[in-house]
Structures are given as C-alpha cells and as structure tokens.
Design a protein around this ligand. Sequence first.
Ligand code: NFC
Length: 552
Amino acid sequence: MAKIVVDPITRIEGHLRIEAELEGGTIKDAWSSSTMYRGIEKILKGRDPRDAWYWTQRFCGVCTTVHSIASIRAVENALKLKVPPNAELIRNIIIGIQNVHDHVIHFYHLHALDWVDITSALQADPGRTAALAASVSDWPKNSATHFKAVQEKLKAFVGTGRLGPFANAYWGHPAYRLPPEANLMATAHYLEALEWQKEIIKIHAILGSKNPHPQTFLVGGMSIPVDPDSQNALNADKLITVKRLLAKAQQFVEQVYIPDLLAVASFYKDWAAIGAGVGNYMSYGDLPDPVSGNLWFPAGIVRNRDLAKLLPVEQQKVAEFVDHSWYEYQQAGAGKGLHPWDGETEAKYTGPKPPYEYLDTSAKYSWVKAPRYDEAPMEVGPLARVLVAYVAGHKETKAAVEMVLAKLGVGPAALFSTLGRTAARGIDALLNARQTPVYLEMLIDNIGKGDYRIHANEKWDPREWPAEASGYGWHEAPRGALGHWIRIKDQKIYNYQAVVPTTWNASPRDGKGQRGPYEAALVGTPIAKADQPLEILRTIHSFDPCLACAVH
Ligand code: NFC
C-alpha cells in the first residue's frame, strides 16, 4: 500500500517525519519519526550537578526555561533542598508566562494556518470583519479601519511575490472552511500577536536577565537579588513593569486568543471527533505554593478517557523503551524498558541510507525513545493538564472548561480530539494568564514584609553532599509533563536522563507494538487530497511538537 510521507513537518521545532498508510481516503496506520540525533545527556556525565540546568537549557531553542526548572528541581530533590518563597514565586511567574507566551505563538504562528486560509482574507469586507470581531470580543483594536489596513498590507505583501513563511501552504484546500471575514480577523491577530509576544517576554528578561536562555536559575533558589530600593536588584520599578506586562498578557488572552479560538473552532466542530489518540493523559502538576508546596495545577493520570477516575503519578513507573528507536541498551533486552535513573543513550543508527523512500517501520525507525508509564503510552500537554485538573475538581479549570464547552455547544467527550487539544491549550493559557499575577502579588507582599531571601543558603558546597544521591525534577512545560532524573556520585553527575513532553507524544511503537500518541491520533483521520495532507498537519500541530526537546 502506498504511503503518504510528510518530511519535514514544518512550523514546528526540529525534524519530524510522518509516514501514513491511506485506505479509502482515511489514515489506516501511521508512524512518527525524528530524523535527528542530539546526545546532550551524554555530555552531562561527569559534570557538576549545579551546572546541569545550564546545559539542559540547550536541549531546545524554544522552551529553554523549562529544562532549567526541571534540572534545578531534580538536583534539589536529590540534595533535599527547599527553596525560599521568593525564589519559588519568581519561578512560578517565569513558568506561567512561558506557558502563556508559548501557547499564543503556537496558536497564531504555528497552528492557525492549518485552519485559516490567509489568501481568502484578501476577499473579506473590512466592515463586516469588524462586525464579526465585535460580536466575539471588545478588543479595542478591532475596527474596520484596522482590518482594512491589514488587508492592504497583506495585498502589498502578496504583490511582492516573496511569501516567506506563507509560501508553502495548501491555500485554497477544500478542508479550509472559514469565511473571508474570519480569515481576515485571524490574520490581523496573527500580526498583532507577533508584536505582543516580543513585549510579554520582557518579563523573562527582567526576572531571568534574558530570553531565550534566562540566566538567573540556581540550585537552591535564584540568583536575582531582591531589594525594592536597589538599582541592581529586582526592585520596585521592575516589579511594576512585570505587573503591567502580566496585565497585557492576560488582556490579550482574554480578548483576542480565546475569542479567536472559539470563533475558529465553531467552524470545525467535526474535528472534535478526529484525532483522539491513545486516550491516556498524564500531568505532573505544577505551580507549587511557596509555603505548603501544594501544586496549583494538580498531578494525575486519566486512563482510557475515563473522566470519573483520577490516578496518582508514581515516578518509578516511568520507563523508556528502544525497540523501535535507534539506540542500543546494555542493561535491558528486547521489550524491556529502563527507568531514567538507569537510562542509557547509546546511539546506533540502523535505518536506511538517504535518500530513501520509506523507513522500515517494522524495525527501528526513530531517534525518539518510547517512554511509557506502567508500560502504557501517555499523552501529555495542555489537554492532559486540563483533563487531570478537571477530573480533580480544580475550580478554575472546571469553570474555564465549562465556558469553552458551552460556547461551542459540545460535551466533555469533545476534548478527546484534535480540536480538544487546541481548545485545551487556550484554556491552559487563560488559567496561567490569570494565576501568574497572583504570584506577583504574593512576591510583592513578601518583599514588603522585609523578606529578601532568594536562596536556601545551604548545601551549595559539594562537601556537604552525601557520596551518592538520586533525584528527579518534574515540571509542566508548555508541551506537557517534563521530567529530569539525576544520579550524583562523588559530587559529579553519574547519570542524567530527561523524559520530555514531545518524547512522550512523538514516541514510536514500543516492544509490545503499542503506537505513540501522534501515531494513534492520526489513525482514522480523513484525507481529502493525498498530495496535500493538510489534515495530518492539523492533528500533529495540535500537539505542538518540539523534536529538539524530544531527542535532546
Ligand atoms: Ni522544545 Fe519542550 C520541553 C517540549 O520540555 N516538548 O514545552 C516544551 O519545547 O518546546
């Protein structure tokens, strides 16, 4: 049977290849492969554990922050360190805004063009576009003059013939359904989101000294001094700027992202029955309370789409398999996984020599390992985070989910889909945008009381460490459950393994032949035109892939 090959999948971070078998206009089976090897885990061996966050940041060019967080948490867990409230609060603000920033960019710049036909925006009536926009939001920029100006800009841009990122899309494809006015509205917000994101990420520049790759992380706390009156510290001026930017972030999510998401989704409700995936969802939870340590986003597992039951997550049940990945395990034979403390990254490429038509998917076919929880594949990401919180009865999540479901006129089962994944990312952005300012107020309050502590001030000296220690650090990154596992021996890194959101989602088959989440989600997807598989992009992009992270 002929296969459709999409390689590389564009508008993602990294190298992803999908091979899909088509039968009667529907995907019968699919395989997900990363064609790029990294190996940073090996570079970490023998180094100072306090430096690991700095190296792991380089796993990715998008979610640099998240690997610092997971890494310092892993070392702190191994050394049994508790960080002071100011450090936890600054980390929570960094985490929250990373999620908001990342989700907005994903929606507009990496995913929207799967649903929005920019070329059709040229036919829109700006007055009717303004009326449509006013019916969904009171965002002040939405006016006929603004939409007309965007349309003119777009016309001039198309006229140059140099389409840049818009050159290779499936414009005019029959699966595009938005009327020209909705396309123009979304295009205008695509451009606004570009401006917005460069402002919002200044929060990382203030709290982390720069972005990407913020520099103020530290095992045991943060390295940014806190003092309201000092020029060289996180002072009153900087806190006020962060407050202003957080408000701007929240306003954009509430008045632009969510209304656009709902407007676009209302034309694609059939996608609430496509792209379901493996049906197991895992979240590690995040945003610890600075005093109690309780997580604002709860941790848990939903198995087999059962919204009546939440299972706990136990770190010892995570293992990675390489039966279909280009690695060789020394400690485990076929069909056996390794827990990350014992994990290995020994590359052995056995795939075809390029150029090749197809991979041999009955053998090893990807650089992504296959992580499994209790031997089952898990989907991670905003959908998992939202489902777990929803089942846990998390008040704010329940309210946001119910608002979105009511506006779309669908039930909770609609969440198990490509559309549900995209909607959950919006919900997650909204929750983070509203919760992050709470941490800023707590931080201001704490500093106001004269608490300037930012570091645990203990165990910085490796001579205070035990001869051997093991730890793990969990974090809910934009793309989902991120875990770093470390073993320390004689003050040095003995072993280091990261099990990353996209490793879970992009995973190939395991030893039992179970599909990974991308692969499972593609099965059953209708394809209108085999030579323009827009539908594959929709489902794969709905996970927001990052292959640099996945293979690290
Ligand atoms: Ni890169 Fe990621 C991190 C992934 O762990 N997958 O969310 C984050 O990249 O974007």
